[in-house]
Design a protein around this ligand. Structure first.
Ligand SMILES: NC(=O)c1ccc[n+]([C@@H]2O[C@H](COP(=O)([O-])OP(=O)(O)OC[C@H]3O[C@@H](n4cnc5c(N)ncnc54)[C@H](O)[C@@H]3O)[C@@H](O)[C@H]2O)c1
Length: 257
């Protein structure tokens, strides 16, 4: 039986991905800093309470699944937080927390799981970035910086990992209907935009993407071994526009601000 670890699996995208994996007969372990037991009970999967900023805990999570099941097929490095506000409002705590969770959390997952996957000769690392990792996303600087880093990490690792039989995918969703948008800057000082992240997101895209549709898109992209899963169509359009017309993309973002 294939196995998967999903960080941030107690809520939102991670929980929906876990549900899709379970429907495909994969043994799933969800890991979350919040108590993952209620979600695990509802889904019918294994769970571990883990803070992805803790490298040792993440290593124990990956080696535990490998030791318990003899294999580690998928690791979804998905845990993340929204950190938003104007650049001049950001404290170093905003920056450091975003880097610790959104970037170091992924680094810890990769660092722990990649050697296991090399040793096996197979495995798939799926790192959740964002369309904010492909476009200029103002008033989200710590967030967008970490998500650009996750895209870069994933594409470069993909190029290295292929020779070991290990696959790497970066997931870049547009605004999706999850609790993330109601809980911006968790444990951090509020900013001018942190209490209305959901309304701001709706203002940009009109309608938030369904988390279940997103989970299906992610698993389709993973089964096709895509380098990037950029979804929905509005996110792909923003990404393509920013690649073709980077200066215009910044001007449009400035107007939106
Ligand atoms: N919702 C969106 O619009 C959107 C868009 C693009 C990308 N994303 C990304 O998708 C991922 C999942 O977000 P979501 O929308 O499902 O949000 P969510 O808040 O519903 O879920 C995130 C989960 O991560 C967990 N988490 C936070 N810090 C953690 C830590 N230190 N260790 C372990 N777990 C931790 C939370 O407890 C939560 O259960 C994030 O990386 C987010 O940046 C979300």
């Amino acid at each position: 039986m294939k196995t998967a670890v999903v960080t941030g699996g107690a809520s939102g995208i991670g929980r929906a991905v876990a549900r899709e994996l379970l429907a495909r007969g994969v043994h799933v372990t969800i890991a979350d800093i919040a108590d993952p037991e209620p979600a695990a009970k509802e889904l019918g999967c294994a769970h571990v309470q883990v803070d992805v900023t803790d490298a040792r805990a993440v290593r124990d999570l990956m080696t535990g699944v490998k030791a318990g099941h003899g294999r580690l097929d998928f690791v979804f490095n998905n845990a993340g937080i929204a950190v938003c506000g104007r650049a001049d409002e950001m404290t170093l705590d905003h920056w450091n927390r975003a880097i610790d969770v959104n970037l170091r959390g992924v680094v810890h997952g990769v660092h722990a799981a990649y050697p296991i996957m090399i040793d096996q000769g197979y495995g798939h690392l799926v790192n959740t970035a964002s369309v904010a990792g492909l476009t200029p996303a103002p008033q989200l600087l710590p967030y967008t910086a970490t998500k650009h880093a996750v895209v870069g990490l994933s594409l470069a690792l993909r190029a290295e990992a292929a020779r070991h039989g290990v696959r790497v995918t970066a997931v870049c969703p547009g605004f999706t209907d999850t609790p993330l948008l109601d809980n911006a800057n968790p444990g951090l000082p509020a900013t001018s935009t942190s209490s209305n992240a959901r309304a701001a997101a709706v203002g940009v895209v009109g309608r938030l993407y369904s988390v279940d549709a997103l989970a299906r898109d992610i698993l389709r992209g993973v089964s096709r071994n895509q380098a990037l899963v950029v979804t929905p169509a509005t996110a792909r359009a923003a990404w393509r526009f920013a690649r073709l017309f980077p200066a215009w993309a910044v001007r449009i973002a400035a107007r939106a601000v």
